[in-house]
Design a protein around this ligand. Structure first.
Ligand code: COA
Length: 180
């Protein structure tokens, strides 16, 4: 899978060198994507609380960190600031993205796309056939982002959200030749 960022080297905010952290650069921005750790939760919750009408609690994120199916990730900018996160899970051959958010000052710069593409890469390596997510009908920037990456709108969940808004179900299917 290609994107406008090239992979450079692997670094880790926590330990310096880590095989799970990937630094990506497009010449203008350096973004490092790492597995989320408990120490990241204050910054994650600060983004979460201004991104959603019903934000996840610290306990909810701790559950993701301890789940054997979930692999939450965080994105750091070149100054080491946490600028976004994504909470995916992989169960057998199905991936699912439960949550993704980017700091409001850093939106529209491709961080969300990087996080989603990283999850697609990880799910593909894990043997997924598809990755799904739900998105509010009114969330045009997220729907546009997912469509640009290759997700298709496959269904509607009526009155899925707390305010009665419908959710659109979106799915990314790996081509047969892509599967590991
Ligand atoms: C959805 C979200 C994660 C996208 O993150 P992002 O880093 O802005 O994503 P990208 O920069 O890769 O792409 C965002 C899209 O919005 C456009 N955009 C441009 N400026 C923007 C801005 N200031 N703010 C938001 N989006 C902007 C981008 O051009 C892009 O549109 P395109 O796909 O038509 O090119 C982010 O908007 C967010 O955190 N929203 C609140 C939480 C949320 O709704 N999560 C999704 C739940 S399903």
């Amino acid at each position: 899978m290609s994107n406008r960022f090239s992979r450079e080297k692997r670094v880790c905010k926590a330990s310096g060198v880590c095989l799970l952290c990937v630094k990506m650069s497009d010449g203008l921005h350096d973004i490092t994507i790492c597995p989320m750790q408990e120490q990241d939760l204050p910054e994650v919750l600060a983004i979460e609380n201004v991104s959603y009408p019903r934000p996840w609690s610290r306990t909810h994120f701790l559950d993701e960190l301890s789940s054997s199916y979930a692999f939450p990730l965080v994105a750091f900018d070149q100054d080491g600031c946490l600028v976004g996160y994504i909470c995916p899970m992989l169960l057998l051959d199905e991936g699912h993205i439960l949550n993704v958010a980017v700091h409001s000052d850093c939106r529209g710069r491709g961080v969300g796309e990087l996080l989603v593409r990283r999850v697609l890469d990880d799910c593909k390596l894990g043997g997924a056939e598809s990755v799904t997510l739900e998105v509010r009908t009114s969330n045009t920037s997220a729907r546009s982002l997912y469509r640009r990456i290759g997700f298709e709108e496959t269904g509607l969940r009526k009155r899925y959200y707390e305010n009665g808004e419908d959710a659109i179900l979106m799915e990314y299917r790996f081509a047969d030749e892509d599967r590991v």
